[in-house]
Write a protein that binds this ligand. Sequence first.
Ligand SMILES: *Cc1c(COP(=O)(O)O)cnc(C)c1O
Length: 372
Amino acid sequence: MNTKIYYTKPSIAMDEVKYATDAAKNGWGDKCYDYIHKFEKLFKNHLGVKYSIATSSCTGALHMGLSALGIKTGDEVIIADINWIASAAPITYLGAKPVFVDILPDTWCIDPEKIEAAITPKTKAIIAVHLYGNLCEMDEIMAIGRKHNISVIEDAAEALGSIYKGKKAGSIGDFGVFSFHGTKTITTGEGGMLVTNRVDIYDTVQILNSHGRNSKNPRQFWCEMLGFKYKISNIQAAIGCAQVERIDELIERKREIFFLYHNYLSRISGIQMNPIPDDAETRYGYWMPTIIFDKTINFDREKLLEVFRQNDIDARVFFYPLSMMPMFKEERENVVSYDIYTRAINLPSYHDLKETEINRVKKIISSVIQRS
Ligand SMILES: *Cc1c(COP(=O)(O)O)cnc(C)c1O
């Protein structure tokens, strides 16, 4: 009998349990922020940035970061059409409009030329999402930001372990955001982080995350602005500390799993996977090994998912273009986005996945191709 293969699952070791237990037993009163501050420090040291603020989710971190930039009703924010909705929803929370542009066919990330074409006097920011750990063209995007005086945000929730020309993903734009949801490369159950080198963004988000209270103001419970409350708990942060202490190992395992799939699947003609960068200073974290079937392969996504299900294997569909969704519905000429999504799936990739299990997944993919 085969065991079930989940598509993701966190890697939890002894220290995660030990620290969470300590936080639950002792992390109160004077110590109620200890693990939170330690988690923020460990994470910012890993990334090589000046400031970090742990949050209850990536969605919340993005909401506050956009708010700190002054994004408001009537503004436009440019983002790739192929994305999880969490990257775009906070734009709408502030009354601004997401402008969905097309992706590049190899990295599946935002196309810089399409960004230029979409800029209007209302454009205030670009959100560069490093999809599945593949990297956006950051040099080009940063240059567009400078040229038009608009902010660049990195949603690096899927890009822990990805390095762009020597710089870690999330450390390049005006600010970066991460998620520690249970499906991500490191987890706190639910959780997120905002990172930045800009002290003004850091200060404003600190105030925003405390319902507008400024810790420098001596008046207790005085609010200077309407804020939010997206704080992480000390217990979640305790798990996060143990995860960051193992971060290199956790990233390396994700990369190993990708290459175990890639070594085999890349030899099958008609299958495209996440790219392997040829720049020595650039590296992908491979949060989600993904395959796209060529149009020459007579491939039916629903059928493949059914075969996976029959074999007790979870697989995920590629994200839909957001411009298809009912709340955004709009005609867009995002040819690549609309072409790719029906032909692509993500493969199981949790850290504890065994090589024999990876072989089971590989076999099913090749059997489906032979049958069609
Ligand atoms: C998971 C994810 C999010 C949302 O993270 P939450 O912590 O669930 O809010 C946002 N952006 C990207 C790219 C993600 O993968």
